[in-house]
Ligand binder design. Structure first.
Ligand SMILES: O=C(O)CCC(=O)C(=O)O
Ligand SMILES: [Fe+2]
Length: 439
């Protein structure tokens, strides 16, 4: 084997090394990610089952290399594998969301919520980051009819087998502006829908958003954007593969709420969820123990990145954590990368199990779908936008149960997390405690 390192920074700075080798007549390109190298070394000491034995071990200096991407005839096999797996997910056969998840508001309940909304001060949703508004909404939410409040409180305490709740017949603004053309501001206010979303979701936690994503907007518009059809983001209209929301983020939401203002023209866009509580017993026990180990890193979603920015990865994470019977789930079908073939096998088995338990729903105006982001992955089937002002339009809100946990990632009083590069780059550039041994 012959080879060359084509970019090499001083060890303390190198984020990525790229080596080109010729092995058995094939061109092999290896990208060495420092965070993976360092964390793998650290974790390997602790792993009961070191699934790395079938992984080719290469060494640069004293560092084991586990993140090898082979290029054969110029084709990145890791990428093509992602594309294949993303395609497979579209083949799921969903059932309707279980009746136990669905609550249809009576007209009386709906009027009570309308009255609650009209008592709230007007706010500018695009710049909604005033802590005092959230406090006011939190006080006003006590007027939510008790049948609905009880469902929300129960869901916060125990979640459910679907990790999903659906409320139907909620009030939205009687006259809607055109569906926004991009992810930004609508032409006029949607005070009713935004207030409904906030007051229902604040039974589950405090609103949170991310400076990197949709400019930190708290109540976000989810609508198809022309030219972004194929993106694995909510601006797309092609099949959107299953994911935990912001799975790569240290302060990912605990719940997300999707309130429908307009369905797609053909009413074919199905929002789908799949819960670990239903999928777990379909995965062999040995593989479950692999899923509980930090053998996976998740590429930061493109919605957090600027075009052309180099990829950013989470530190190595387990996919399952917490309770043995009802674990928490952290996975993204499209962006999760296993560090070795055993971990990949476990990933594939879990993915197949989740695809067996998909439940879906076509969201209609006035529907609020709430997803427990630790219990269920979600995705959406394809639809055909027309860009005529009447396209599908959802409003989305994230909440976290423990707001204080993200305190050092937010400016004082703000609900918006600072850019992710401040969280992840120190780790990847070799400045973190973890990597101090290499400085
Ligand atoms: O469009 C949908 O139904 C789901 C979109 C989604 O996954 C999201 O906005 O987080
Ligand atoms: Fe999502």
């Amino acid at each position: 084997m012959t080879g060359a390192i084509i970019n090499r920074k001083p060890a303390s700075l190198a984020r990525k090394l790229t080596m080109v080798l010729v092995h058995k007549g094939n061109l092999v390109v290896i990208h060495l990610e420092r965070d993976i190298q360092m964390q793998t070394m650290k974790k390997q000491k602790n792993l009961e089952h070191d699934g790395n034995h079938d992984q080719p071990r290469l060494h640069v200096g004293s560092q084991p290399v586990t993140d090898a991407v082979e290029l054969t005839n110029g084709r990145d096999q890791r990428q093509s594998k992602e594309k294949r797996s993303s395609k497979r997910s579209q083949d799921y056969t969903g059932v309707h969301l279980g009746e136990e998840c669905i609550t249809v508001l009576t007209d009386e309940e709906r009027s009570t919520i309308e009255a609650l909304v009209s008592s709230l001060p007007s706010f500018d949703s695009q710049h909604l980051n005033e802590d005092s508004i959230f406090t006011q909404i939190s006080i006003a939410k006590k007027d939510i009819p008790s049948r609905l409040a009880a469902k929300l409180i129960e869901f916060r305490k125990h979640s459910n087998d679907y990790g999903t709740l659906l409320f139907r017949n909620l009030p939205i603004d009687p006259v809607l502006p055109p569906t926004p053309k991009d992810e930004g501001r609508a032409e006029s206010k949607t005070h009713v829908s935004e207030s409904v979303l906030l007051s229902m979701m604040m039974y589950l936690g405090e609103p949170i958003a991310y400076e990197d994503e949709k400019e930190g907007t708290i109540v976000q518009n989810v609508c198809p954007v022309q030219g972004k059809e194929e993106r694995q983001e909510n601006t797309g209209s092609a099949f959107f593969d299953f994911h935990i929301e912001n799975s790569f983020h240290p302060h990912k939401p605990d719940y997300l709420g999707l309130l429908c203002l307009r369905s797609d023209h053909d009413r074919i866009a199905k929002t789908a969820t799949a819960s670990i509580r239903k999928a777990l017993d379909k995965v062999p026990g040995k593989l479950i123990s692999l899923l509980r180990q930090p053998l996976y890193h998740i590429r930061v979603a493109s919605s957090f990145m600027k075009d052309g920015e180099p990829a950013l990865y989470s530190p190595l994470l387990p996919i399952l954590s917490g309770d043995v019977i009802q674990p928490d789930l952290c996975i993204n079908f499209y962006n999760t990368e296993a560090i070795n073939s055993a971990a990949q096998l476990a990933f594939d088995a879990l993915k197949a199990a989740l695809l067996e338990v998909v439940a879906d729903v076509v969201l209609l105006p006035g529907d609020l779908l709430i997803i427990d982001n630790r219990v269920a992955v979600h995705g959406r089937t394809a639809f055909q936008p027309r860009y005529d002002g009447n396209d599908r339009w959802l409003q989305r809100l994230f909440v976290v149960e423990d707001f204080r946990r993200s305190q050092e990632s937010r400016h004082r009083g703000s609900h918006i997390c600072i850019p992710l590069t401040a969280e992840l780059l120190p780790l990847q550039d070799g400045f973190s405690e973890d990597n101090s041994e290499s400085a």
